[in-house]
Design a binder for this molecule. Structure first.
Ligand code: PSU
Ligand code: MN
Length: 311
């Protein structure tokens, strides 16, 4: 079969999560981002697939109406679903947005290898007392999906998050980063070490393929820093995070509500700049995710004839 036909058959896809819409960004900027990410991915030759659970049905790709409903979040009774919440939510007819962990589980089931998001969840600051660590971390150790992110959200303890990823055996690969360049979401560098950096997409695809030969069931975190022109001032971000964390502590906000609360407060404290940065980095990740999915599909198509003659 000609390569072109085969490429068409396995149209490369990029998974997208829906919690970023339901709980990460204000309405209607979240809906606009949903459209934008789909267009960005389509422009690379790949196809976006947004995951969600609606009235108990698993959705792979959302209609405009469904995206709108999910984007209304709490107000529309939308739940925040981790990987472990999926079965119950589906059996009980619930409606929920998928976090990174849930999206990874579903993407793995749908054989989608690339997933673009903003930033993953990780170890919360103060986790020593609260034990609050995102299920995204264990999902990375469990599902063979490459998550293209701007690192982990800056509201977290990034050093502890990196340590946990190491314990879990999840490779963290920078895309055009420096030696101290683990990204800090709103800013390009956290100052934390990141030994591995790759400068081009075909190399990234080769790295993934090699990783999955050895560890067929383990995910990869790709750390793609926010474009310089959209990065926020570190002092401004740090200050806003400090204030938001104090507010959360004073109000006793914990558990699933913590990340959405902090993101909302940051938006207010930075007068919308944190949301603008979030949109820009998500788009940047969608672009890289699309190119990566296309590169992986191309590599697969090139390798297949070889594999056939070998078997
Ligand atoms: N990245 C963003 N905005 C978000 C999230 C990530 O830019 O809203 C969401 C993701 O869905 C991630 C979740 O999986 O926050 C993590 O939540 P928690 O810390 O409760 O695990
Ligand atoms: Mn948590």
């Amino acid at each position: 079969m000609p390569v072109v036909t085969r490429l068409k058959e396995r149209r490369p896809s990029v998974a997208l999560e829906s919690t970023i819409y339901a709980f990460g960004l204000p309405y209607p900027k979240n809906v606009e981002l949903g459209w934008k990410l789909a267009r960005t991915i389509a422009a690379t030759g790949a196809e976006a697939k947004t995951f969600a659970v609606i009235d108990g049905d698993l959705k792979v790709g959302l209609s405009d109406e469904e995206l709108d409903r999910i984007s209304r979040g709490d107000a529309a009774g939308v739940l925040k679903l981790n990987a472990s919440d999926l079965g119950p939510a589906m059996a009980l007819g619930m409606t929920g947005a998928t976090t990174v962990s849930a999206t990874m589980a579903l993407a793995a089931g749908a054989k989608v290898r690339v997933f673009a998001t903003g930033g993953i969840g990780g170890v919360h600051r103060g986790a020593k007392e609260t034990f609050d660590e995102s299920q995204d971390l264990t999902a990375l150790a469990r599902y063979p999906v490459a998550v293209v992110s701007a690192g982990a959200k800056a509201i977290l303890d990034l050093g502890a998050t990196l340590e946990r990823l190491e314990t879990l055996g999840v490779p963290v690969i920078g895309f055009r980063t420096t030696q101290t360049g683990f990204p800090a979401f709103y800013t390009r560098e956290s100052g934390l070490p990141l030994a591995l950096s790759v400068d081009d997409v075909p190399t990234l695809a080769r790295v993934l393929r090699a990783h999955w030969r050895i560890h067929p069931n383990v995910g990869v975190l790709i750390a793609n820093p926010i474009p310089a022109e959209h990065a926020l001032d570190k002092a401004v971000v740090d200050e806003a995070i400090e204030v938001a964390l104090r507010e959360a502590a004073a109000k006793g906000v914990r558990g699933k509500g913590l990340t959405p609360f902090l993101l909302r407060r940051l938006d207010e404290h930075t007068e919308g700049r944190s949301v603008e940065a979030n949109v820009a980095l998500a788009e940047n990740n969608a672009h890289l995710g699309g190119e990566l999915a296309v590169a992986l599909a191309r590599m697969q198509a090139d390798l297949d004839p070889e594999e056939k003659t070998q078997s």
